[in-house]
Design a protein around this ligand. Structure first.
Ligand SMILES: [Fe+2]
Ligand SMILES: [Fe+2]
Length: 256
């Protein structure tokens, strides 16, 4: 069966389904300005080891965050979170090795929890509003961010996390999809990890169906729309390597 007309890469370029990032949004926030002043070079150069091997070769660390996982099992059952969150955590830990100056614990906890809010919004609206049209501005997107902060504030204090740490986690979760600029290095690493999982073949298998795209169109979009959004040099190297591997694996040059 041939690819539907609306799904050809050419048609996709003419009518992007993913609203482009708008860097001017929140760009005048003092936190955004402070981060941009401290880290002016883009992509942000890595100071540690950059690993571009398949993410399955370096799963997230065993044990330490298990109590958080156990507290949010219910939340992982929404919108593919039980696939998205562990893979994104593995990418986040890898990014922390590339940027050892970052607060790795903050990055790890924030990425683990960032999408748990999907479990607390109207499920019927997730695909109808959250993945179509100008999805970055959909109300459901803001709702899942706010609900994710509620999950963090409910779960983390009882596990021994200080109030100040919890609020730093929430600052990252709040706006992770709807805000287009990073407020800190940790925020930037979470944002990149949240995008990197899409380039792995498991992410392509899952997320392409959410957007109603064939794998060839979806991977084309990753290359032209998501690769340019990556903030760090390490994420750019990882995403580019994964995209090349996934396209070869899924034969997107032929099955189109
Ligand atoms: Fe999200
Ligand atoms: Fe996410």
């Amino acid at each position: 069966m041939s690819t539907p007309e609306t799904q050809t890469p050419e048609a996709a370029d003419k009518a992007p389904a993913w609203a482009g990032a708008e860097p001017s949004n929140h760009a005048d926030d003092p936190r955004a300005q402070a981060f941009a002043a401290e880290y002016p070079i883009r992509p942000l150069p890595a100071t540690g080891t950059v690993d571009t091997t398949p993410i399955a070769t370096t799963p997230a660390a065993v044990g330490e965050l298990d109590v958080i996982w156990q507290a949010v099992v219910r939340e992982t059952r929404s919108r593919g979170n039980d696939i998205h969150l562990p893979i994104s955590l593995a990418f986040a830990e890898r990014l922390c090795r590339a940027y050892p100056e970052a607060d790795a614990q903050l990055v790890r906890v924030a990425i683990l929890l960032h999408d748990t809010g999907w479990a607390h919004v109207d499920e019927s609206r997730i695909l109808s509003e959250g993945f179509t049209g100008d999805w970055r501005k959909a109300a459901i997107r803001f709702e899942h961010e706010a609900e994710g902060c509620n999950v963090a504030r409910r779960v983390l204090p009882g596990l021994g996390y200080e109030a100040e740490f919890v609020e730093r986690v929430c600052e990252i979760i709040d706006g992770h999809d709807t805000r287009h600029v990073a407020y800190s290095l940790e925020d930037a690493l979470v944002r990149d990890a949240d995008r990197l999982w899409r380039f792995d073949h498991a992410g392509i298998a899952l997320a392409s169906t959410w957007f109603g795209m064939t794998p060839d169109v979806y991977t084309h979009r990753l290359g032209v729309e998501i690769i340019p959004e990556l903030i760090t040099e390490a994420a750019l190297a990882m995403g580019t390597a994964d995209l090349e591997r996934s396209r070869a694996l899924l034969k997107t040059g032929v099955i189109r």
